[in-house]
Design a protein around this ligand. Structure first.
Ligand code: NAD
Length: 321
C-alpha cells in the first residue's frame, strides 16, 4: 500500500433492506465499486441478517466493509440510496399509499439534512418520480442536481433486453431508452433507438427477423410496461434487475463516469416542462445530474412526455405541493 496516497472513501448508505435494498447490496458488493456499504432498516434485525449473510461471502468478492448503519452514517457518505417504502395495505387507496411513502421519505430526508450530508441521493422507492420530487422539495433549492430517482433506468434495460431478443443482437449493442414516468404512462423513445449505429427504421430491413414490425413494436413496448406486474405476480417483488440498475447508476456517480442514463430529474424548462421529476436522458457524474440532454423529440413522443408530466404533476399536487 502506498502510504502517501490519500484514502479513497466510496461509502454508500443503503436505506431499506427489503427485496430491493438487499438485492442492490448483493450486486454492489460484487461490483467492487464501493469501499463501504452501510445498510439501514427500521427493522434492525432484517438489516443485521442481510449484513451477516453478505459478509460471509467476502472471500469471493472484492474487499468492502459491510455493516449495519445508523443515521450518523449519512454525514460522510458519498451516496445514499433510498429503497425504503411500504406496500399497499388491503383496502388502502393509491393516494393513501402515496401519503405514507411521502411521510417515510420526509423522515429519512430529515435525518440526512440533520447530518449535513453532501452525498448524492438516489431514490428508488415508488412512485419514484413523486418521491424524488418530495425529497428535492424537502431539501430545498440547490438540491435538485444531487437528488435523483432511478426513474426508467430499469425500464430502459428491459426494453434493450426485449429488443435484443427480438432482433437476435447482443443487448449491449442495443441503444434504447424508455422515457417519462416510471409507471403506466412511460413510453419507448423509438426515435432514439439504435442498433449497429443505425436508427431502427434503417436497421429493420437489414435485420429481417420479422414481417410485422409495427405490431412487434407495440407488443415490445407493452411488454416493457407490464414487466413489473408479471414479476410481482410471480414472486411478490422485483429485485435482481433493479439491484443491477441501481449498481449501474452508482458506478456512474462514484466513478464520475458522465454516463447517459434515464434517471428521474427535476425539469426546469427542458422539453418545455417545469417543476416535475421524470426520466429523460441525463449525463450522470459524481455531482449527480451533470446535464439534462434536452434534444428534439418527434411530436408523438413529446405528447407522451407531456402526458407523463401531467400525471406526475397531479400526483405531486395531491401531496399538497
Ligand atoms: N424504481 C424502481 O424501478 C423500483 C423497482 C422495484 C421496487 N421499487 C420500489 O422500491 C421500494 C422497496 O421495494 P421492496 O420490494 O424492497 O419493499 P420491501 O417491503 O421488501 O422493503 C422495504 C423496506 O423498507 C423498510 N423501511 C420502511 N420505512 C423505513 C424507514 N423509515 N427507514 C428505514 N427503513 C424503512 C422496511 O422495513 C422494509 O424492510 C418500494 O417502494 C418499491 O415499489 C422501485
Amino acid at each position: 500500500m502506498n502510504e502517501s496516497l490519500p484514502p479513497i472513501s466510496r461509502k454508500v448508505v443503503v436505506v431499506g433492506a427489503g427485496a430491493v435494498g438487499s438485492a442492490y447490496c448483493y450486486a454492489l458488493a460484487q461490483s467492487g465499486i464501493a469501499s463501504e456499504i452501510a445498510l439501514i432498516d427500521r427493522n434492525e434485525k432484517l438489516a443485521q441478517g442481510h449484513v451477516l449473510d453478505l459478509v460471509h461471502g467476502q472471500p469471493y468478492f472484492p474487499t468492502v466493509s459491510i455493516y449495519t448503519g445508523t443515521p450518523a452514517d449519512y454525514a460522510n457518505a458519498q451516496m445514499i440510496v433510498i429503497t425504503a417504502g411500504t406496500a399497499q395495505k388491503p383496502g388502502e387507496t393509491r393516494l393513501d399509499l402515496l401519503q405514507r411513502n411521502a411521510a417515510i421519505m420526509r423522515s429519512i430526508m430529515a435525518d440526512i439534512l440533520a447530518a449535513e450530508s453532501s452525498a448524492v441521493i438516489l431514490i428508488t422507492s415508488n412512485p419514484v418520480d413523486v418521491m424524488t420530487y418530495t425529497a428535492i422539495k424537502y431539501a430545498g433549492k440547490g438540491s435538485e442536481k444531487r437528488i435523483i430517482g432511478s426513474g426508467t433506468v430499469l425500464d430502459s434495460s428491459r426494453f434493450r433486453f426485449l429488443l435484443s431478443q427480438h432482433c437476435g443482437v447482443d443487448s449491449h449493442n442495443v441503444h434504447a431508452y424508455v422515457l417519462g414516468e416510471h409507471g403506466d404512462s412511460e413510453f419507448a423513445a423509438w426515435s432514439m433507438t439504435h442498433i449497429a449505429g443505425m436508427s431502427f427504421d434503417q436497421y429493420c430491413p437489414v435485420c429481417g427477423m420479422c414481417s410485422e414490425w409495427k405490431a412487434e413494436k407495440d407488443r415490445i413496448e407493452q411488454a416493457v410496461r407490464d414487466s413489473a406486474y408479471h414479476i410481482i405476480d410471480y414472486k411478490g417483488a422485483t429485485s435482481w434487475a433493479i439491484g443491477l440498475a441501481l449498481t449501474r447508476i452508482t458506478r456512474a456517480i462514484l466513478r464520475d463516469e458522465h454516463s447517459v442514463l434515464t434517471v428521474s430529474t427535476l425539469l426546469n424548462g427542458e422539453f418545455d416542462l417545469y417543476d416535475v421529476c421524470l426520466s429523460v436522458p441525463c449525463i450522470v457524474s459524481a455531482h449527480g445530474i451533470e446535464k439534462v440532454i434536452a434534444g428534439q423529440l418527434p411530436e408523438g413522443e413529446m405528447a407522451s412526455l407531456r402526458n407523463s408530466a401531467a400525471i406526475l404533476k397531479s400526483a405531486n399536487e395531491s401531496l399538497g405541493f
